[in-house]
Design a protein around this ligand. Structure first.
Ligand SMILES: *Cc1c(COP(=O)(O)O)cnc(C)c1O
Length: 379
């Protein structure tokens, strides 16, 4: 990374080839099509560049949380099927139809709203039915799915493209919850057989499902975090070989010696017992770098790991390098590799008392993202 005048030295580097490699590994492992989940700015990796790259390497399906994310993808020229995973509000449905976004229908009431909007526009809606098998979030309870399925099948304004559910505990390989959820989902899907209608594509596996539960693969899988090379939880088993795609880097903006007894940063919460060398790094919680890393997190400088000292400020924080040396403009790695050292997002999240998902999606648009990969038009 060369430093250009007027450019912020803090960057998120995203290796798109890594994401493509992870997609291939997941597809080979699961043996079914993949709906790549790109909600929340592609887990902080950059919604449009990631989706363009995935489309270029042949992803079958994309999933987002909210319709505006889908609209942004359509405006960027993404043509693969996009399912919006979130619950709908009636007035939004016209927007789904205008942008060819697949709708999650999670109750009989919502089904009627979709029908009304479709009829008003004279345009059929493409729908995935949502069955709740244990999240208690959105979706019709599995044991009452029969009439819901029949209403969807009977509707002339609805094309059924799928039926799905979501796993609550799949990041824990030993949790009995997943088997129970699969059983409930199977039972709901069996209703199609009872009424003599072919079952649409069934999907339930998030990253944990892909990793730990072969019987959850069904007709399609919906990995999010795994696509970015990160495991969904501390108990997860790396049954698919993936590699992290995101690095967060900055540079030393200031060097000084802090004398013994002089406290560092807001609140004076950290004070060295002996004179020590401290560098300042120009990124803070205003960029989404967690303030919870105050005196808990660490960074890499010159291939070694050093502690963050004192509170993380909005735009800067301080690092104790002890008796070692560092210079202005030296690279600082906050997430990723430097030389032989690596600081994974898992480690950063653990230090902050967070989960890797939160750290990744929290990194905001104040940080420029630089995408590298085989498709240069993916910027
Ligand atoms: C976010 C989400 C996923 C992906 O979850 P990961 O744990 O990141 O794999 C899959 N399905 C639904 C419905 C989701 O909301």
């Amino acid at each position: 990374m060369s430093l250009h005048a007027a450019e912020r030295p803090t960057r998120i580097l995203v290796d798109l080839d890594r994401i493509a490699g992870n997609l291939r590994a997941i597809r080979a492992h699961a043996g079914v099509p993949v709906m790549a989940i790109v909600k929340a700015n592609a887990y902080g990796h950059g919604l449009v560049p990631v989706a363009r790259h995935l489309q270029a390497v042949g992803v079958e399906h994309l999933g987002v949380a909210f319709p505006e994310e889908g609209v942004a993808l359509r405006r960027a020229g993404i043509t693969v099927p996009i399912l919006v995973l979130g619950g709908i509000f009636g007035p939004q449905v016209a927007q789904y139809l205008a942008h060819d976004l697949q709708v999650t229908v999670s109750s009989l009431d919502k089904l009627r709203q979709v029908e009304a909007a479709a009829q008003a526009l004279g345009r059929r809606a493409t729908v995935h039915l949502k069955v709740d098998t244990g999240m208690e979030r959105i979706g019709v309870h599995a044991w009452t799915a029969g009439p819901f399925i029949e209403a969807a099948v009977a509707s002339r304004w609805i094309d059924l493209a799928g039926i799905y559910s979501h796993l609550a505990c799949s990041d824990e390989p030993d949790s009995p919850m997943t088997a129970l959820q699969l059983e409930r989902f199977d039972e709901a899907c069996a209703h199609f057989g009872r009424i003599g209608v072919p079952v649409p594509p069934r999907h339930i596996a998030n990253s944990g499902g892909v990793l730990h539960f072969p019987q959850a693969r069904l007709d399609m899988v919906r990995p999010g975090i795994l696509l970015y090379g990160v495991l969904p939880g501390p108990e997860s088993r790396p049954t698919v070989a993936v590699a992290p795609a995101l690095s967060l880097v900055s540079r030393v903006v200031y060097f000084k010696v802090v004398e013994a007894g002089h406290s560092v940063s807001y609140g004076g919460t950290w004070t060295p017992a002996a004179d020590t060398r401290v560098v300042t790094v120009p990124i803070g919680y205003g960029d989404g770098y967690p303030r919870a890393l105050s005196s808990r997190g660490s960074v890499l400088v010159r291939g070694r790991e050093y502690p963050i000292v004192g509170r993380v400020c909005m735009d800067q924080f301080m690092v104790d390098i002890g008796r070692d040396s560092a210079w202005n403009e030296d690279e600082v790695v906050l997430i990723g590799r430097q030389g032989d050292s690596e600081l994974g997002v898992e480690q950063v999240a653990a230090a902050a008392g967070m989960i890797p998902y939160e750290v990744l999606v929290g990194l905001n648009d104040r940080i420029p993202r630089v995408h590298r990969g085989a498709y240069p038009d993916a910027e």
